[in-house]
Ligand binder design. Sequence first.
Ligand SMILES: Cc1cc2nc3c(=O)[nH]c(=O)nc-3n(C[C@H](O)[C@H](O)[C@H](O)COP(=O)(O)O)c2cc1C
Length: 252
Amino acid sequence: MQLYVFGADEVYRRLIDRALGAGSEALVLTTDGPVFGNRDWDKRRYVGPAQLSLRSRLSALRCPSWLLRMAREGAPRLENLLEFAPPHARDLVSMARWSQGAMRADLDWRWFAQLRREWPRKLLIKGVLKAVDVERARDAGADGVVLSNHGGRQLDGAIAPIEILADARRRVGPDFTILVDSGFRRGTDVVKALCLGADAVLLGRAALYGLAAGGEAGAGRALAIMRAEIDRTIGLLGARNLAELTPEMIVR
Ligand SMILES: Cc1cc2nc3c(=O)[nH]c(=O)nc-3n(C[C@H](O)[C@H](O)[C@H](O)COP(=O)(O)O)c2cc1C
């Protein structure tokens, strides 16, 4: 379960209660969202709140089966936030805008300690971009971190998380969970991160593009391509499995 913290305390408490009830094993607290990035591409797509530009509308016309489905079933909504959204923010875009506007800017290590006391299962911090903060997360009781620059969607010029991976791993040793994401498009990218000490790589758009192009089957195809590329790369490195990947396989 991924948690954005917005609105009153009651909102996140209700969300994590539901996550517990639904059997979520881990909570991922996203920490790089309180200030919304300058998303020029969004500005080009919309002329006003929830109002698509003419160009985007024309572009949608090229996807008649998608349009038909939207007309039949309606656009998806952020279902788990519906109970908190004000009456004027019930559609996807308005809800996203509303929740971004209500994002809490007071998250700090003290706040994290409070969440740690309230969430009894695995707790990860997502959005870490400094190796020293990985140590700090461990010392604050986190079970792991996601090194991430939010897919480059927040701060232009933020470093790529893979840059700090080896240092982060050195600092915390082999047992602390380090996941990484942002910009992983090929199996070779993934294997590089595994060599440098990531326990796993999270994929955002690599799978999302498959989903957009071909629905569930498209996402499955994208993941199958990724898996084949990973397998091939491991073999080309002379390793028999993931455990045999080492930092020495990467030379800068
Ligand atoms: C359309 C879109 C929506 C996203 N929404 C969230 C979100 O609600 N919470 C979050 O923690 N990260 C969100 N992210 C960031 C992803 O979790 C992830 O960090 C990022 O996509 C990884 O980079 P990649 O897409 O290059 O793999 C979103 C990313 C995209 C592309």
